[in-house]
Design a protein around this ligand. Structure first.
Ligand SMILES: *Cc1c(COP(=O)(O)O)cnc(C)c1O
Length: 474
């Protein structure tokens, strides 16, 4: 496909005016001396160009999107309408509190709602993604120990954790202590005990963990940690599995982030924008970033007065547009958030049972909202790798699942259907996966050379990630 620059043919898109615009009021050094080389092309051709580009995109509106850990659920369109309301969209972030009562009220109510679902005592909406929430939470933990005069250096992280966990802890200057999972894919209590000493500031856990398995011993773990004077950090990326059934407070966690773009249905394909609010228990309240949105019984205001605040972690309030969408979703769902989690778990277990006869299932346990298959069988039998299977799915109007994560499963295929899919859609996916498993056996070349129907075939994954070339050059 040609770029819009290559399609440029000297046609004027729109004629604003035939008269020369008088720019004499502008200082001479502010006016352009020559054209900047924008493409010259008619309106109809512009429309066709961008429509064709958008048709090449994959999105949840186009097909099944079982990208494990990412919770690609359907994002109701009413959220888009609400976040675009003029009172929100046109509000200047530097407006006074008095002039932004509606927006502040929305943020205050969202903080309260997130306190309710997580069980935490205070929430900041500032962080702009899960990883950013982790960094914020670890900064809170770091400062908490500093203020106590107990400079603990270590953070324990299970080997099933998302890579952002060790990265966030490391950025705060902690040393990472990795512990192995046991044969059930859960934190190994003995491994934990063997590394627990008075230099351990915290453990970072995801529950259900990245294998989609609920950590049965979480209460024992939180007791061990607290007895040792350590804190527990909850990576809430998998919160979609437990809403309204339990919460991180009941499990004994002290600091929590949520990924609103995952759990609370805001669009997040292509890397953002997102929001990663952080909740903390009572004794960590004063460490949160400022401002916190507060209410004095009469009006809403930004409170900068937190004794041990780590400072600001983002300009203004965070990604306000995402916060509006998440709040709308929570209001719309109400108590049904609980059903959403039930259906997410039901859907995942349904797919797991349907597929486990065709692919390896390293941890054959009841799962929560996602599960992890392995492509090892296909790899050994016919040289078809998990990457090949992922590419073959693209030929079937299906977004590939998350692959090669978590790291502890070889040839991992991590599937998360979410609650928004129907049984019919999941049955279609099962058929597609079985077809690919069959083809891998009978005609492996076809899978190994997939995709066959996409505009771009195989890319060099390493080069694409390390040296993306996104410029247009003639
Ligand atoms: C998505 C995810 C993260 C990181 O969240 P972002 O919002 O992408 O920064 C961290 N941990 C787990 C388990 C995740 O799935």
């Amino acid at each position: 496909m040609k770029t819009i620059f290559e399609k440029s043919n000297g046609t004027d898109g729109i004629n604003l005016t035939d008269e020369k615009i008088d720019l004499s009021f502008l200082n001479d050094n502010l006016t352009r001396k020559e054209a900047i080389g924008l493409p010259q092309i008619g309106e109809l051709e512009v429309m066709r160009h961008y429509k064709e580009l958008s048709d090449r995109n994959f999105c949840i509106e186009k097909g099944f999107y079982p990208l494990g850990s990412c919770t690609m659920k359907y994002n109701p369109k009413v959220n888009e309408f609400l976040s675009a309301l003029e009172g929100f969209g046109a509000l200047h972030p530097l407006s006074d509190d008095e002039d932004s009562q509606g927006a502040l009220e929305l943020m205050y109510n969202l903080q309260e709602a997130l306190k309710t679902v997580t069980g935490m005592d205070a929430v900041t909406l500032q962080p702009s993604a899960g990883a950013h929430g982790e960094l914020t939470g670890m900064m809170v933990i770091k400062k908490y120990f500093e203020v106590k005069g107990d400079n603990r250096k270590k953070v324990i992280i299970p080997d099933s954790a998302h890579g952002t966990n060790p990265a966030s802890a490391k950025m705060c200057g902690f040393d990472i202590v990795e512990i192995k999972s046991n044969e059930k894919g859960q934190v190994d209590i003995d491994a934990l005990k063997s590394v627990l000493d008075k230099d351990v500031a915290a453990i970072m856990m995801t529950n259900p963990n990245t294998l989609g398995i609920y950590e049965e011993n979480v209460l024992e773990i939180s007791e061990l940690m607290h007895t040792n004077g350590s804190l527990l950090y909850y990576d809430g990326a998998n919160f979609n599995a437990i809403m309204g059934h339990t919460n991180p407070k009941l499990m004994g966690f002290d600091v929590v982030h949520l990924n609103l773009h995952k759990t609370m249905a805001t669009p997040h394909g292509g890397g953002g924008p997102g929001a990663g609010p952080v909740g903390v228990v009572e004794h960590l309240k004063e460490f949160l970033p400022t401002p916190i949105i507060a209410f004095d019984g009469n009006k809403y205001y930004r409170n900068y007065d937190l004794k041990h605040s780590i400072g600001s972690v983002k300009g203004f309030y965070g990604n306000f547009g995402v916060l509006i969408r998440a709040y709308a979703y929570i209001l719309m769902m109400g108590k049904n958030l609980k059903n959403a989690s039930e259906n997410a778990v039901l859907n995942a277990n349904y797919l797991k049972e349907k597929l486990k006869g065709y692919f390896d299932l390293p941890y054959d346990e009841p799962c929560m909202h996602e599960f992890v298959l392995s492509g090892e069988k296909q790899k050994h039998e016919s040289g078809v790798s998990t990457l090949n299977i992922a590419k073959a799915l693209m030929d079937e109007n299906t977004h590939p699942p998350t692959v090669y994560f978590p790291l502890i499963v070889h040839e991992a295929i991590m599937i998360e259907p979410t609650e928004s899919e129907t049984k019919e859609k999941m049955d279609e996916f099962v058929d597609v996966m079985i077809k690919i498993a069959k083809e891998a056996k009978e005609n492996p070349e076809k899978i190994i050379s997939a995709p066959h129907t996409t505009p771009i075939k195989r890319v060099d994954e390493t080069q694409a990630a390390r040296h993306p070339d996104l410029k247009f050059t003639e």
